[in-house]
Design a protein around this ligand. Structure first.
Ligand code: GLA
Length: 696
């Protein structure tokens, strides 16, 4: 039996200022063990809460409102270092004991954050060497957050000590479901310790300075180094892009150590059923997220819509990417309760969109949705942020919508338990490729994230399930794998992709693929470098476009813009699927898309960044070729279909992201679980969740 669920059903508390509907009842005793995985609700639903910002006399009222909203989870303690350790070595956890106990009285489980994103003043004043140094040499100061250096050993020791103290105290507390390390790690440091770690990192990576010189081609512009200690630490500027790409490898390694320093401290004392994660930011390019997550139990991220005008397909890609870090369901550790406060015009999401975003996250594999935050602090940097309660501790207008989602999640909990998103194909995302292109775009508008999203859009719409994976992931489950702009390709990755094709897979490469190795050096062969023999064709030349070029082929006709490559078949069995029409230009009549069958598999190279209509038609053809079909065909524009399956269940989630009602052809025998469809119409921003019997 799911003990937490039994607990949630019975535990309530009446607190002053609490919602009137709450009635007093006895509290179910908890098992003396951590809840990890075994006993927690199928979908965690909750909020960030900062009890240290409020008088203790108000905690129960806040928690009662959380319960009223349907919350079963609260994240606390991140940023509370100066409350936990107000002076060096003086620890105060009694308040946190009481906050956790209070949450438990309300049937709310707890995620504990380690507070290391916000070091206390005593620490940074006594030990200023722990402060982050910007690339221009400016040292950070106290008063904001993330002012520490990720390379500082002293800071890591302090961080490890507070994490250890917390784990010793709460590692076996059954109310703690998991741990979040730090908060949105990211900004690097360029101080002395970072420089010596950089040199050690390069030595480890290249073994000898001769090897580094050769891989970086340092004869160019007289860059030759005699010793690792001579190599400057830079993230920007007119540096060798090989150095700048290695800077990203360095930040990945340094942030990974930084996180694992705390994770190992927690692991030493915590019940293994408590998960350990860190909360990341969508397309944050500061480090390779696939690598950073290797030592963590699950991925968690913070989803904010900057201009309150969600591009829902792009937002789905964000979720799919995060799920790909561990290839397991993730936590949405933060999402907005209405508006953000960091763009020029912070307008609120429309009515219905907060609920819609919640269901979209679940459809893409979120097993948790936590809002940021419950109520605004009375002062500080973020008083204008959208919150669940006002500063007076009573519901904000968004409360009812959140509570509605909460009650739907509760209803759908059994259906969703132990299910995962259904994927019908995969796409590959490579941080190295993204960075390498960003370092030398050649066309200012060649944004690798935009290009990835432009590829993702028709494949997601057409297949209704795209796993986003790293290029080294096991691909055997997917009939179709699309790698837009896989610019950096190692020999191992090329071998891995060849093996996938030879085993019957269908691989599609986008423009700029197979151009560089992982030191950012050009492959000696033209694109797609080590995959040229498999493709039986090569890129003769690439062109940045200042105006679109036409192309036509077996998909129909369309346009390419920003980038186009002239492909040249080298083997007779290469099929030219599209050619450019560029009268008087270099590309006129040249192949734009080629395919080659390899046994039962195939490899296709799309040499251009296609306009949406052409991309849609090409994608449809490739999905047809690979036998990729959606659950529900012919879904109208703006409607998203997501599926989860597992434990003998098949769940269908239909979301209308538009303002007006849209038809949806839900299978006749599907059983409604939550949400609404009337006469096969889904209202604007409406959601409907169904259980689909086997056989559909
Ligand atoms: C991030 C942080 C939170 C808060 C929100 C507001 O996600 O993790 O502490 O600052 O941003 O956007």
């Amino acid at each position: 039996m799911r003990l937490w669920r039994a607990f949630l059903a019975t535990a309530t508390v009446l607190a002053s200022g609490a919602p009137a509907a709450m009635a007093q009842s006895s509290v179910t005793p908890m098992p003396a063990r951590a809840t990890r995985f075994a006993d927690k609700p199928a979908i965690a639903f909750g909020t960030a809460w900062y009890p240290e910002q409020w008088p203790e006399s108000r905690w129960d009222a806040d928690l009662a409102w959380m319960k009223e909203a349907g919350f079963n989870t609260v994240r606390i303690a991140e940023f509370a270092w100066s409350t936990m350790e107000p002076r060096e070595g003086e620890f105060h956890f009694e308040w946190l004991d009481r906050a956790i106990a209070a949450a438990r009285r309300h049937g709310i489980m707890v995620v504990l954050g380690t507070p290391t994103a916000a070091p206390p003043a005593w620490l940074t004043q006594k030990y200023p060497d722990v402060l982050r140094v910007d690339e221009d040499g400016t040292r950070a100061t106290h008063g904001g957050r993330r002012q520490f250096s990720f390379a500082s050993q002293r800071y890591r020791d302090f961080a490890r000590r507070i994490a250890t103290k917390m784990a010793q105290r709460y590692g076996n507390n059954p109310d703690i479901v998991g741990w979040q390390i730090d908060n949105e790690i990211g900004p690097p440091s360029f101080g002395k310790e970072a420089i010596s770690r950089w040199h050690a990192f390069l030595k480890e990576r290249y073994g000898s300075i001769d090897n580094l010189n050769q891989r970086w081609a340092t004869e160019y512009w007289s860059q030759h180094y005699n010793d690792f200690d001579q190599i400057p630490l830079h993230a920007t500027g007119q540096q060798n892009p090989a150095l700048l790409l290695d800077f990203k490898h360095f930040t990945t390694a340094t942030w990974t150590d930084y996180v694992m320093n705390q994770a190992s401290a927690i692991r030493a004392h915590a019940d293994p059923r408590q998960f350990i994660t860190t909360n990341t930011m969508f397309w944050n390019g500061g480090f390779d997220h696939f690598k950073l997550h290797r030592g963590l139990d699950l991925a968690a991220w913070d989803n904010y819509i900057q201009d309150a005008d969600p591009d829902w397909v792009a937002n789905g890609a964000d979720h799919d990417l995060v799920r790909g870090y561990k290839q397991r369901n993730f936590w949405l550790m933060e999402t907005q309760a209405g508006r953000v406060d960091w763009v020029p015009v912070n307008r609120a999401l429309k009515p219905g969109q907060v609920r819609e975003m919640g269901w979209q996250a679940i459809a893409h594999g979120a097993d948790a949705i936590l809002y940021w935050e419950l109520r605004p602090a009375r002062n500080g940097q973020e008083t204008y942020y959208g919150t669940v309660l006002g500063q007076d501790g009573t519901p904000a207008p968004i409360f009812d919508e959140i509570a509605k989602l909460g009650s739907e999640i509760r209803k759908a909990s059994d259906a969703l338990a132990d299910t995962n998103p259904v994927y019908r194909m995969a796409m590959l995302f490579s941080y190295d490729s993204r960075w390498a292109i960003d370092l030398q775009r050649l066309h200012k508008d060649f944004d690798p994230i935009d290009e990835f999203t432009d590829f993702y859009r028709p494949f997601r719409n057409g297949s209704q399930g795209v796993a986003v994976l790293s290029p080294s992931a096991d691909l055997s489950a997917y009939p179709l794998v699309v790698a837009p702009a896989l610019n950096v390709m190692t020999q191992e990755e090329a071998d891995h992709l060849s093996a996938y094709v030879r085993a019957g897979g269908n691989l599609v490469l986008g423009p700029r693929s197979g151009m560089k190795d992982d030191a950012d050096a050009l492959w000696p062969e033209r694109q797609p470098g080590p995959l040229q023999p498999l493709l039986g064709a090569r890129v003769e030349q690439f062109y940045a476009l200042d105006e679109p070029v036409q192309l036509a082929g077996d998909f129909g006709e369309g346009e390419a813009s920003i980038w186009a490559e002239w492909l040249k078949p080298q083997s007779k069995d290469v099929r030219i699927r599209a050619r450019y029409a560029d009268p008087g230009g270099w590309l006129d009549g040249k192949p734009a898309i080629v395919s080659r069958k390899v046994g039962k598999g195939s490899i296709t190279y799309i040499g251009a960044w296609l306009e949406p209509a052409a991309m849609r038609d090409v994608a449809q053809q490739l999905m047809d070729d690979a036998g990729v079909r959606p659950m529900i065909p012919n879904v109208p524009e703006g409607v998203e279909i997501g599926e989860r399956s597992g434990a003998g269940k098949h769940i269908l989630i239909a979301i209308n992201h538009g303002d007006s009602p849209k038809p949806v052809a839900i299978p006749a025998n599907a059983l409604p679980v939550a949400g609404e469809v009337a006469n096969d119409m889904l209202r604007g921003h409406g959601v409907a969740v169904f259980r689909v019997p086997a056989g559909n």
